[in-house]
Write a protein that binds this ligand. Structure first.
Ligand code: ADP
Length: 341
């Protein structure tokens, strides 16, 4: 997991430093997501021509798909400072005010997990986004009054894994809204080739293709697996990552041929074996597999749903016929145990 000092935006361990070297700095280095890149390059050019800050940008999508990276690229392409924080790191309106009153003009101000803003901070942000001013309350009780403090014009980039939980008054204040979806296999192959080049990892083409299949359509996962495959290749083989290294390495990491980790399979197995295929509520499911509901909903489920292995229904989560097939379990078996599917 990424460890970041949320208020300064600085990374603080060596794994993260390496992540920074892999993080594309230019739109042209950002692999895949062509439609998003095409639109953004127009908006960047237009804002630069008008010498204005870029309109506020809302980015949603599962973790590891490049939301933070894209925000950094926007700052870099606009030639302005990049300031990073996350909603849970801000406790009181004064934390937001402290950040916004000290930024340089046109700064790209990135708030991760924006669906978790506290209501008082969110309200302060509304005025900040629209008027580049903050409402500040002085005094208490009947003598309290509000003054408006100007802040430099800035671009807010709000990122979230849960677009549905963002209040509509906040959502409607973003001029540009982007949804990043899982990457296709070809796009992930490009990510792997680029990262292998930067990290000086020798990997042959069949290995790239296989690794891309097993990377959950997620650049962060692809980079992580690539580094682990390098470890296996260096210690157990001749240093070159081959198809054999990848197959053996993924096997050792308990990752199967469509990229499911043991926890993914456990989720499906629990739904099928303990709850007759579902529906089962998310909280019950999270407890059954010993995970937090956040990581179940944000990390595991989106990929299982995208792969057609899991369904979210109003009554809970259900395993699909494809999940039974993938795990080699029979639906009949469950019916015989008296559990309705
Ligand atoms: P998010 O903020 O959505 O969780 P990040 O922006 O932190 O995801 O991306 C995770 C890692 O994946 C980054 O370190 C970056 O190196 C890599 N990455 C993400 N998107 C891309 C991309 N389109 N091209 C190349 N690398 C990418």
């Amino acid at each position: 997991m990424k460890q970041r000092n949320m208020l300064s935006g600085e990374f603080n361990n060596s794994e993260d430093e390496r992540e920074i070297t892999l993080r594309p700095r230019l739109l042209a280095d950002f692999q895949g997501q062509q439609e998003i890149k095409d639109n953004l390059s127009v908006f960047i050019k237009a804002a630069l021509n008008r010498k204005e800050s870029l309109d506020h940008v809302f980015i949603s999508g599962p973790p590891g798909l490049g939301k933070t990276t894209l925000a950094g690229i926007l700052a870099h392409e606009m030639g302005v400072p990049f300031k990073v924080t996350s909603a849970p790191a801000m406790d009181k309106p004064k934390d937001l005010a402290g950040l916004l009153t000290t930024i340089e003009e046109r700064t790209v101000f990135f708030i991760d997990e924006i669906h978790r803003l506290k209501p008082a901070i969110e309200e302060m942000l509304y005025v900040g986004m629209e008027d580049f001013e903050l409402d500040w309350i002085i005094g208490q009780g009947p003598s309290a009054r509000t003054i408006r403090i100007p802040v430099p014009p800035f671009t807010l980039i709000g990122a979230t894994t849960k677009a549905g939980q963002v209040a509509s008054p906040l959502y409607s204040r973003f001029g540009i809204t982007l949804r990043i979806n899982f990457y296709g296999e070809k796009e992930i192959q490009q990510v792997i080739r680029r990262s292998a080049g930067i990290l000086d990892i020798q990997i042959d083409e069949p290995a790239v293709l296989f690794l891309a299949k097993c990377s959950r359509g997620t650049p962060r996962v692809a980079n992580r697996l690539l580094k682990r495959m390098r470890d296996f290749a260096e210690v157990l083989a001749e240093g070159v990552v081959t198809l054999e290294t990848v197959k053996d390495g993924l096997d050792r990491l308990d990752i199967d041929n469509v990229g499911l980790e043991s926890h993914d399979r456990e989720i499906l197995r629990v739904i099928i074996e303990n709850y007759g295929g579902g529906p089962v509520g998310a909280e019950t499911l999270a407890i059954s597999i010993g995970e937090g509901i956040e990581s179940l909903e944000d990390f595991y489920e989106p990929f299982l749903i995208q792969r057609g292995l899991l369904k979210r229904t109003p009554r809970g989560r259900m395993a699909t016929p494809r999940a039974y097939k993938h795990l080699g379990l029979s639906r009949k078996g469950n019916e015989n145990q008296g559990i309705l599917l």
